[in-house]
Every structure is written in C-alpha cells, then in structure tokens.
Ligand binder design. Sequence first.
Ligand code: MG
Length: 383
Amino acid sequence: MADPCNLAPYAAHDSTTRGRVHSEKQPRYRSAFQRDRDRIVHSTAFRRLEYKTQVFVNHEGDLYRTRLTHSIEVAQISRSIARTLHLNEDLTEAIALAHDLGHTPFGHAGQDALNRCMKPYGGFEHNLQSLRVVDHLEEKYAQFSGLNLTFESREGILKHCSHTNARLVGDVGERFLNQTQPSLEAQLVNLADQIAYNNHDVDDGLRAGLITTDQLSEIHLFREQYETVVELYPQLNQRRIIHEVVRRMINRLVIDLVESSQNLLATSKPESIDEVRQQAHPLICFSEEQEILNRKLKQFLREKLYRHYRVMRMTIKAERILTELFETFLSEPRLLPDEPYSLTIEQPIAERARVISDYIAGMTDRYALSEHQKIFSPPTPTV
Ligand code: MG
C-alpha cells in the first residue's frame, strides 16, 4: 500500500478520492487504488492483452511485445517515477495496467478500421473503449456491471476524448470540456506509455530486421547511447549492445522526466490534487530539449517502422479482416455467437452496431483471424 506519509500533498490520496459510482466499503488491508489494480488484473480484457498486437501481429514471433508486456513495461516505468516524485504508486500501476484494455486486435490498423465502420454510429476511440470496458463491459461482480473503479483510475484511463464523447461520459469527461488537467499520476502514465513504446519499438524493429542500427544513427537519442556502449564494450555481441542501448535510453528519458517535473512542481507548488487539476498546463513533462529529441525518434519510427512494407502488408490485411467482420455481422447478426446476438435483437441499427463493435474490439488477433476464416474461407476438403 502506498504509505500516506510518503505521499506528497499533490498526490492522489485514499482519503480524498472522489469515490466509485456504486459505493462500496473500504477494503480492509488494501488501499482503494490497490483494489482497482487487483480488479484490472483479474479482468477478462486484461488477459486478452496477451494476444493483442502492439506493432507486430501476435503470431509473428514469441519475442515481440504484446499489449500485455507493453502494459507491464508502462507500469514498471510509471511506478519508478511515481515513487521518486512521491506520487501514488498504486494508482499509477492501476492506470498503466488498464490504459490499453480497449484496444482492438491488430493495433492501430484495427482501431482505424473499426472507427471507419462505426462513423455513422458514433465512431470508435480505443481510449474511450478502455473506459467502456472498466465501466460497463466486464461482467463479473454481483452488484454492478464493469469494475466499479475509483474516479481517479477512470480519469487516468481516459487520456484523450472528443468533445462530443466527453459530454456522454459524465464526470471523467468534464476536464476535456473545461480544459483542466487530470491527476499527476494520470499525466505520468501518459508519458511513461510514450517512453515504453518508443523504446520497445526500436528494440522489436531491430530484432525483426525492419530497421538497422545504421539508420538509427541519424537519431541523436539512439546514437549518443550506442556510441557510448560500443566504446565501453567493444567485444559485446549485437543483441546485448542493443539491449544496453535501449535500457540507457529509457533511463535517460526517465531522469529527464523526473527532473523537469520536480522543477515544475517546485515552482508551482500545488497543495492538493484539486490544485493540480486546476492548472493550465500539465506539471509532469520532459524538458523542451528532450521533447525535440523524442519527436525526432517518433518521426523516424513512423516513417521507417510503422510504414515499412512488411508492416503495411499486415496493416492492410488487418483493416480488411475487421471491416469484413463488422459489415457481415451488421447485415446478418445471426452469425454472431449467442450472447452478442441476444443483445442485437430488436435493437435500432446504432445499438446493434455498438454491440458488434464491442464484440470485435474485444477479440484477440488470433480470434479475429479464426472468425474471419470460419465465415469467409471454404473448408479445406479432406480426400
Ligand atoms: Mg499504450
């Protein structure tokens, strides 16, 4: 349990939580945020993250990151920073483990395809879907649907939101309309997410042979660490060099984030989480110099990795698979399994589309592939 004596006044405290939608007794030996984290770990959506793509499709290899390992890495980075800044480690862990629960199969390709399909029916945002999972879609508890998480965990999960959707989600949507900030724990996880994916995409991209250390030498963030490691350990094999470089890059980013945030906190001196929320700008941030370097790395990854022809081939396939599944289920809901089907009966088309979107978003990569095959591919005849 985060020791309340170690928490800064501007951290999230159990005693000042804005509570849960359905009120519950405090757990006896855990904090409210530990309970949130535990509910997330025991959810079905969390287990499915193991078989969902980050950049590489799940069956391409056992060594690449999945949404599950990504979420664990985000939690690790978030907790280290939270402890240093005297923020609530339990809350950052809960937010980090839940932040990608709403992701479709096949990463961003899946999200874009589902959003296009859902355009006439309110669209699809993976971030909003993560909130929908913890607020409504998990069905495990006797007294409520969803996980009934605290306001602070839900606030951290919803990191972006359009104005239209912000009006539909109640209290956690208000900050997008009022232009206020979320807790420092939420701000922190958002940046820890970036640290994790930029660095592990470098690692996975190199491992897959889609990018090379030569190409990456254009990028200051990489080159600086690469040159140091090669000079210090000239005999080291390439795999270990890369790991050593990536861990040093993560370390550098974490230190920059901690020190820049400490400076900002020392200047603005918020006295409570509510004062944090009233600030015009986030108080957890990288230095300006680091931001520029980060942007260069992101741009490199966008051009050289995410748009690599081998990744694009999978992207196009993924979009087609999800679009065909959606269109087919919408025009013929009887092809759905019993439970989603029962929710579509006598419903207007927008409601039907939402049930199908929830069903597809919940699929793992391999389940989506197998459903597609069952519906569209003729069986292989045995002679
Ligand atoms: Mg993420």
